[in-house]
Each structure stands twice: as C-alpha cells, then as structure tokens.
Ligand binder design. Structure first.
Ligand SMILES: CC(C)(COP(=O)(O)OP(=O)(O)OC[C@H]1O[C@@H](n2cnc3c(N)ncnc32)[C@H](O)[C@@H]1OP(=O)(O)O)[C@@H](O)C(=O)NCCC(=O)NCCS
Length: 216
C-alpha cells in the first residue's frame, strides 16, 4: 500500500512498565511479554505482510482516504501484490515500510514509511496513511510519526526527514507542525485533482530540531 502523499521524551516502551496498583486496568499489550521495537503511545510499527493486502485494498479504494494522497485511482489485488513484491525488494535498503498497529489489540490502522532513504546525505521522505477515516483523530498518526522519526534519527542515523503535503490537507499540516516539521517551501500547482491544479508544501524536520524537542 502506498503512503505517498512535539516532543518525544519518553522511551517508546515507557508505557509498558508494570503498573503499581493491582486493581488498575492493565493494557492488554504486550501479550506474552512482547515489547515492540518501534512504538509510541497507543501504536507500534511492524513490517507489512502479504496477509495485509485485503485491508490495504479496502483503505486505498476509499476516496475519503485517497483524496489527500497522490495515489488516487482504483487498485486491484494483482496490482497490490505486484506493489507488495516491489516494496519487499526495497525494504531495509532505500525504504522502510511499516504497518501501524494498535497496542491494545494489534489491529492495523494504517501504514507509514520512509522512502528514498539516502544514506550518504542522511535524508529520507516520510509518508503516512490512517486507512479508515473512523480511525483518524485518535492520536494514532501522531504517535506513528513520532515512532518512525525516532527510528530514522536514532537507528538509521538520518539528518533530515522530509514530507510533501497537499496545501488543502489542513489537518495533516497541523499534525506535522505540532511534531516539529518546518514548512520549507510551496510547490505551486504541483498536482492535478478534480479539474484543477493545487499547491503542495514541502516540510522537514532535522535531527537537531528533534533533539531540541527532547531537551525542552
Ligand atoms: C493525516 C493523518 C495521517 C493524521 O493522522 P491521525 O491519526 O488522524 O492524527 P492524530 O489523531 O494524531 O491528530 C489529528 C487530530 O486529532 C487530535 N487528536 C490527537 N490525539 C487524539 C486523541 N487521543 N483523541 C482525540 N483526538 C486526538 C489531534 O489534536 C489532531 O487535531 P487537529 O486536527 O485539530 O490538529 C490521517 O488523517 C490520514 O492518514 N489521512 C488520510 C491520508 C493523508 O492525508 N495522509 C497524509 C498525506 S501527507
């Protein structure tokens, strides 16, 4: 599935510490003592699996979700399988692609990736989709971005993470700004949708911006 398009002081696993009050409700995750490698708040990130394809198809064939994505045409199973195979070829090299899952019940709610990973210059481009509109506005997107940005800076040694966001995608722009992404420029009439050209914004966060947030 395509994903084109604050401060994070706690360690990702901090929420999983034992709770002092035995009667207090306990998070259902991690069953069996799993501690996910890439996580923040209510979500963790795992690699995409072939069994995810039906849910990817549901998300990417919903115009409520794709209206703010570059990818905006119907997708079939064979196309998605071909895309999945290509994604696997790149995963861990110049791309890191993950499914966003809820800690509470492992349910997938979206996907997120770093693509065009350039190890020489330390740069990459982030894309994210929360697949079902019913799952937006619960903090999953913000938490997934925090988790992936931390992974990019702390594990991949990136210097800069950028993204492109449609000018009319105001809610996404607010999320990115809140997380410390800076508006670097506007590409006028960069894409065509519904009979008109629209602008998009390039936004980015540097390693030093991220570190400054952690110090605040
Ligand atoms: C843009 C997108 C990734 C944001 O993800 P999200 O999970 O909805 O984001 P969040 O829930 O973290 O934040 C969205 C809003 O919910 C609020 N929110 C955050 N945590 C919340 C919580 N626990 N409970 C209720 N609301 C919450 C945020 O304050 C934010 O409010 P705002 O719109 O006033 O700024 C998602 O809407 C999406 O995938 N949209 C479709 C595809 C897309 O546009 N992708 C981005 C392309 S650049």
């Amino acid at each position: 599935m395509r994903t084109s398009s604050g401060s994070n002081r706690r360690r990702p696993t901090a929420r999983l510490r034992a709770m002092p009050d035995d009667d207090a409700p306990r998070p259902s995750f991690p069953p069996g003592g799993r501690v996910p490698l890439i996580a923040h708040g209510p979500v963790y990130l795992r690699p995409g699996e072939r069994r995810d394809i039906p849910v990817f198809l549901r998300w990417m064939n919903d115009s409520r979700t794709t209206r703010t994505l570059l990818m905006n045409n119907p997708i079939g199973e064979a196309m998605e399988e071909r895309w999945f195979d290509q994604m696997l070829e790149h995963h861990g090299r110049d791309r890191w692609y993950f499914v966003i899952c809820r800690m509470a019940d492992d349910r997938p709610v979206g996907s997120i990736d770093l693509r065009d990973v350039d190890v020489r210059n330390g740069s990459a481009t982030l894309g994210i989709v929360i697949g079902d509109p019913a799952d937006t506005g619960h903090g999953y997107g913000s938490s997934a971005i925090r988790a992936l940005v931390a992974f990019g800076f702390d594990q991949l040694r990136l210097e800069r993470i950028q993204l492109e966001v449609f000018e009319y995608n105001a809610s996404a722009r607010r999320v990115y700004e809140r997380l410390g992404f800076v508006h670097e420029g506007t590409r006028r009439h960069a894409f065509y949708r519904d009979g008109a050209h629209h602008d998009d914004r390039v936004m980015a966060i540097l390693r030093e911006d991220w570190a400054a947030q952690a110090r605040d």
